[in-house]
Design a protein around this ligand. Structure first.
Ligand SMILES: Nc1ncnc2c1ncn2[C@@H]1O[C@H](COP(=O)(O)OP(=O)(O)OP(=O)(O)O)[C@@H](O)[C@H]1O
Ligand SMILES: Nc1ccn([C@@H]2O[C@H](COP(=O)(O)O)[C@@H](O)[C@H]2O)c(=O)n1
Length: 233
């Protein structure tokens, strides 16, 4: 055997050993991690607050920093309304224009489907549950399937909320409900139907409340602290 053949042989032997060693090391760890993850229920945080309180803005920052998936109930409903052939298009349209809460069967199924499609196991469920019907439906359909963490509540004065939504509408959000008539109804729904749900979670000690009238970066500093405290990295 000449020197070149010997070198090639040695190289091949080393590569083969390394390959199997790395492969086995990686596969054992990966399989264990995957196994653990598949046994874990997805972690869910509900994100609540008035219209324009800044839920979506903060969710985007949380997604970037903590690798959550953001599921906005409002966005899912708007997408379903726009989907060709949707049997719920007209119903959703009417509810959104009037600031009313769509029956939970529709919203909860959209949320569950989105969770099933995702490979993530951390979810920000934004704008849900908004009333008792939402909460009851979630408890029937989803509560056993997830590991609920807490409610992140963006507490924002009404006038600030209205001003933000109107500015968003004037900047071309294209939303049917960023106008003063719809906003009055959305705020009424929020006070009458959503606040009791937030209070219910508060009594369970499950609400992380943040004063949301400040600028978005300062608010996020507070959000980050809550996530660290809750064990998210
Ligand atoms: N802290 C903030 N200060 C000033 N403007 C903000 C702040 N947070 C968000 N905004 C702006 O206010 C508008 C509403 O914000 P965002 O969409 O995040 O609120 P939301 O709570 O998700 O609203 P909705 O419930 O109506 O969907 C947006 O135009 C956003 O850019
Ligand atoms: N759980 C929900 C959430 C939203 N809606 C309807 O969508 C509108 C817009 O919601 P945003 O969170 O994007 O502001 C809201 O006013 C409701 O009409 C719903 O029905 N149920």
């Amino acid at each position: 055997m000449n020197k070149l053949t010997l070198n090639v042989y040695a190289y091949w032997t080393r590569s083969t050993i390394n390959y199997f060693f790395d492969f086995n090391k990686r596969s054992v760890t990966t399989i264990a991690m995957e196994g653990m993850r598949s046994l874990e229920k997805p972690k869910v945080i509900f994100v609540l607050g008035g219209p324009g309180a800044g839920k979506g803005t903060q969710c985007s920052k949380i997604v970037e920093r903590f690798k959550f998936e953001h599921l906005s109930a409002g966005d899912l409903l708007r997408a379903e309304r726009a989907r060709e052939g949707s049997e719920y298009g007209a119903l959703i349209d009417e509810y959104i224009r009037n600031g009313k809460i769509v029956p939970v069967e529709v919203t909860c199924s959209l949320l569950e489907n989105a969770m099933k499609k995702s490979s993530n196991n951390r979810f920000l469920v934004d704008g849900f549950p908004r009333n008792q019907d939402n909460l009851d439906g979630w408890n029937r359909q989803m509560s056993d399937k997830v590991d609920f963490q807490f409610v992140l509540f963006f507490d924002c004065p009404e006038d600030v909320c209205v001003a933000r939504c109107l500015t968003r509408g004037q900047s071309g959000s294209g939303r049917l409900d960023d106008n003063i008539e719809s906003l009055k109804k959305r705020i009424e729904t929020y006070n009458n139907d959503s606040m009791p749900i937030i209070k219910y979670f508060e009594e369970m000690g499950k609400v992380e409340k943040i004063d949301a009238k400040y600028n978005a970066d300062d608010i996020f500093t507070k959000v980050e602290k809550i996530f660290y405290k809750s064990g998210f990295q």
